[in-house]
Design a protein around this ligand. Sequence first.
Ligand code: PMP
Ligand code: GLN
Length: 378
Amino acid sequence: PASKLPDVGASIFTVMSALANEHQAINLSQGFPDFNCPEPLIHLADKYMREGFNQYAPMAGMPQLRHKISLKTEKMYGFSPDPDTEVTVTSGATEALNAAITAVVKPGDEVVVLEPCYDSYAPVIRLCGGAPMYVPLSLPDFSIDWDQVKKRVSSRTRLIIINTPHNPTGAVMSRQDMDTLANLLDGTDILVLSDEVYEHMVFDGQEHYSALQHPQLRERSFVVSSFGKTYHTTGWKVGYAVAPAPLTNELRKMHQFITFCTATPLQLAIADFMEEETHYLGLPDFYQAKRDFFLEQLKQTRFEFIPSAGTYFQLVKYDGITDAYDVDFARHLTTQTGVAAIPVSAFYHDKTDNKYLRFCFAKSEETLRAAGEKLKSV
Ligand code: PMP
Ligand code: GLN
């Protein structure tokens, strides 16, 4: 039978992690920490499993967790979503993104997508019969060219997807970007999907500016986050979406038939652990120290970089080393040098190759030091 996504193969994260394992390379490709999540979180999950919280959670998420998400949103962004009607717990941000897109995109709709972008957006848009309308971010800082965005907006535009802090580039949207977006959408019924999974990883004293902080944006936005990033638990797959009640209502119709609900004991453990605000309030310093340690290593190599402003990714430019296609160079680095990275062309629909690789620095100092040693030989 004809494939619904004929051009889609295994994701670049799957491919590079497998290659890294096969060649025993240091894996700085797929984004995940190589250190464990906090001990108390493990104890809480264990406790709830032993106490028998092992059956279905309510479809929208455990009330305790939705309440904590609302409190955190109030504390960080000065807005408290209604836990009953505006917060939905999902199986990772991936599910929230899927549910938000499928809830609103109909055949013939257009969705504005800024490239490079996370790999899950476009296939879901296409499965809905929608058309991704790509706008490239501007080199060298991957800022948003709002005039270009404006040119891509039409009477068919249903949704615009933004991602801040941005994977893979580490770019962070400013308050002014959000204002410009709000002005652009004023008077239209275009919705926003704001992927903010790295909301707690912003560096150098900058602040994450959430769509939830912006009154005109939040009334038309799905805002998505992930506990996988915040609590070093990418394998738990617990995330959430915040959206106005009518949008949440539509998103939940999708969620209830994608997974119905998300792991009960993990939701309860996270809800309790969220009391510990110092964890997420400390994340910028925690990851900035890792970024800086990694940059110290990179300074002794021939790679060029602009320090990442957010996320746990660092882009490097390698055109001073070789003019090889980034996919080939990433493969070479993995198999010959012993360090795996992600080629950034994988985040462009037409595989645009600007000679960038993405390294994940959510790793122990030993790992980052060992990777730096190997990269010096390149
Ligand atoms: N969006 C972005 C930008 C991401 O980097 C990731 C994680 N790779 C996700 C969504 C998915 O998050 P989760 O693992 O919670 O599904
Ligand atoms: N979000 C992770 C990354 O960007 C990968 C997640 C996945 O493997 N699907 O590396």
